[in-house]
Design a protein around this ligand. Sequence first.
Ligand SMILES: NC(=O)c1ccc[n+]([C@@H]2O[C@H](COP(=O)([O-])OP(=O)(O)OC[C@H]3O[C@@H](n4cnc5c(N)ncnc54)[C@H](O)[C@@H]3O)[C@@H](O)[C@H]2O)c1
Length: 308
Amino acid sequence: MKITVVGAGAVGASCAEYIAIKNFASEVVILDIKEGYAEGKAMDLMQCASLNGFDTKITGSTSDYSKTANSDICVITSGIPRKPGMTREELIGINAGIVKSVSASLVEHSPNTILIVVSNPMDTMTYLVHKTTDLPKHKIIGMGGALDSARFKYRLAEALEAPISDVDGMVIGGHSDKGMVPLTSHATRNSIKVSEFLSEERLNQVKEDTKVGGATLTKLLGTSAWYAPGAAVSGLVHAIACDQKKMFPCSTYLEGEYGLNDLCIGVPVILGKNGIEKIVNVPLSDAEKAHMAESAEGVKKTNGLLEL
Ligand SMILES: NC(=O)c1ccc[n+]([C@@H]2O[C@H](COP(=O)([O-])OP(=O)(O)OC[C@H]3O[C@@H](n4cnc5c(N)ncnc54)[C@H](O)[C@@H]3O)[C@@H](O)[C@H]2O)c1
């Protein structure tokens, strides 16, 4: 199993590290445009191998896509991150050009790859890859919901004063502060609906804290977060590489599902060796349906900024 991660920055390196630590891949190639940067990150990570007990071989490459040839899974994290006060949508100008050229080079060298898009604005970048490469839609996956759901569970556990392993919940919709739809109607503590334990007001607070989860960290760190994003990407890669058939909310191209068409947005999917093996239709409350429709409008507005 060969995996390529483009972008050796904060998220790319974190994701390569988690993939290696889980020890399921034979090879991880990290590629960056900055001279020597990916090689340096790869060497540093390889020097963790004996300490952390993994056998995955990690190599780096400066812009040489021949090194990525025949990757089973490619991850795109290249592009600029947010600074405090910025929205993800403001990154589109620079990141669209990067994601378009990177995805073309990856597919040229690995025509059968499954491609995971991380760069922001992620739903629009996923749509861009769908529109500009020949990959089938089940092989183009946007990562956002897996991270947003992890942040939702963190906030739920905090409100419930419970360990996170007691809590389950999912965030669908667009990967933006306004677009995220935390599914409070389905969230549980040990299979009991969280609404049994938390007031509507407290649950609304959990929702709001989840939606600004990325912005909260960007303000604290001065740039966007990387540990949980890297862990979330590695979760998707692991599910595909090991054919786990796990359910994650991922951004995928919709053709009528959830009443939506011609956009990529976060919905629950089953991930296995073929990429997205199924889109799962979950019943939504009226408020969640309305929020999902609003979220889709926001994603389509950002898609409208693309020069396709
Ligand atoms: N989808 C999500 O949930 C999520 C979460 C966190 C961050 N992000 C996004 O991921 C992206 C990366 O964030 P980061 O914090 O790692 O940024 P970073 O600046 O630390 O790393 C980005 C890397 O991309 C490289 N790069 C730029 N252009 C390139 C090109 N054409 N080819 C190869 N490499 C190139 C840069 O040299 C840099 O090393 C940002 O767009 C950020 O908004 C998404």
